[in-house]
Design a protein. Structure first.
Length: 186
């Protein structure tokens, strides 16, 4: 658990939603010979099966990427895992209170020794999380690096809750994944 003070969470959140909103195109469909007013349709260019938060271009996202990389390296040292030899890759996605089920115990990653997952709190309002029976207050800027076997339950969620869920996995476990979904962790 680490509190990160160098990241402007409000700017990160607003920039993220602006980038998502700008990633679209308009299409026009009309039937031949029929005169109707042309109304373009807005289509998102984001495929959420392959989307990775860290592939977006933003200084705050870059700072967060560096912090996560540092935390994963420190955890590897604690667990005697060779960071360089495992070729870690990173995946992250934003979750808000509508996408999180409150009373379901989550296992954040497969139970492998070298798999890491975590949560970074972007915004919250007195929200709580329960990790293996221990309640933790979710404050903006809080990063939790979890082991895969830990059970996580959200015990209190407000409408303001927005978190970044991330997963760091070694190259050997990424077989048959979308190639553009994971980015190297250096």
């Amino acid at each position: 658990m680490k509190k990160i003070l160098t990241i402007n969470n409000e700017y990160l959140k607003s920039s993220y939603f602006k980038m998502l909103d700008s990633m679209h195109e308009y299409t026009i469909s009309s039937k031949r010979g029929v005169r109707i007013p042309i109304k373009p349709k807005k289509i998102s260019l984001i495929d959420y099966r392959t989307f990775n938060f860290f592939s977006m271009y933003n200084t705050e996202i870059y700072k967060l990427y560096k912090e996560i990389s540092l935390q994963i390296k420190e955890r590897c040292i604690e667990k005697n895992i060779n960071f360089e030899r495992n070729y870690f890759y990173l995946l992250g996605n934003i979750l808000d209170n509508e996408k999180i089920q409150k009373d379901v115990a989550l296992r954040m990653a497969p139970n492998f020794k070298v798999e890491f997952c975590g949560i970074y709190v972007i915004s919250s309002n007195l929200d709580k999380i329960n990790i293996e029976g221990k309640d933790i207050d979710l404050e903006p800027g809080l990063m939790l690096l979890l082991d895969p076997e830990e059970k996580v339950t959200f015990s209190k969620m407000s409408k303001e809750l927005t978190i970044l869920y991330f997963n760091a996995s070694p190259l050997e476990y990424l077989h048959r994944q979308y190639y553009q979904k994971w980015i190297p962790l250096i």
